[in-house]
Design a protein around this ligand. Structure first.
Ligand code: NAG
Ligand code: NAG
Ligand code: NAG
Length: 187
């Protein structure tokens, strides 16, 4: 065997050893979860789509699409949002978190929003924890609609569940949505 060949064989063996080491470590890694429990909680999402300091801004829309008051969410429009979550319905109610993420208009024939939002809590039992919504959000179903909660952080690590939504107010200046969250998570 030439020296060069020999070197290649050695390198190949070392690589194989390296990969096997990683694979065996990965298979030994484990993470144990506590006991599963169900938590229900409630808050209000208080959005200001217009004004001096809007909570929701348009970042992209299809070329040539006309937007106006009667067509504020044309197919393809992408919004970024940072919306306060309050304890109660009152505008001066305590802020308990922020919903931050994206809302995209995804319905060709009927208005539909795809909602990808992390709701992070800043007070109370869940301070520092968050839940992640990744769901269709059929905003025309104002009385009752449901969105999927696909995970979370902190106390909601590995969580899953759903939120039942009810639009309390919807004007050009303010949209208030009640969220009733049911979430399965671990102690
Ligand atoms: C809004 O734009 C649509 C076209 O996208 C048009 O048909 C409609 O008349 C406009 N409405 C107003 C109030 O300007
Ligand atoms: C929430 O947690 C942060 C970071 O740990 C802390 O600074 C803050 O005081 C807490 N807020 C409340 C209302 O408990
Ligand atoms: C949320 O829960 C409250 C209290 O349990 C109830 O009155 C309300 O109808 C619920 N709303 C939705 C949208 O589920």
């Amino acid at each position: 065997m030439s020296n060069e060949r020999m070197n290649n064989v050695i390198i190949l063996h070392l690589l194989l050893l390296f990969v096997l080491t990683i694979v065996s470590q990965a298979s030994h890694a484990h993470y144990s979860l506590g006991k599963e429990k169900v938590t229900h909680f409630h808050f209000f999402f208080r959005e200001r789509p217009s004004g001096d300091h809007p909570t929701t801004v348009l970042v992209a829309k299809p070329k040539d699409t006309i937007m106006n008051a009667s067509n504020p969410l044309p197919f393809g429009a992408v919004y970024v949002l940072d919306v306060p979550l309050t304890e109660g319905l009152d505008p001066n109610s305590k802020v308990v978190g922020q919903a931050q993420g994206l809302a995209v208009s995804v319905g060709q024939d009927k208005l539909m929003v795809a909602f990808m939002v992390d709701c992070g809590f800043t007070s109370g039992e869940f301070n520092g924890s968050s839940i992640s919504a990744f769901s269709r959000n059929p905003i025309l179903e104002t009385n009752h609609r449901e969105i999927a909660i696909v995970g979370g952080r902190g106390k909601f690590r590995m969580a899953r569940g759903f939120a039942e939504l009810h639009t309390v107010t919807a004007t050009a200046n303010v949209v208030v949505v009640e969220y009733n969250v049911t979430i399965f998570h671990y102690e």
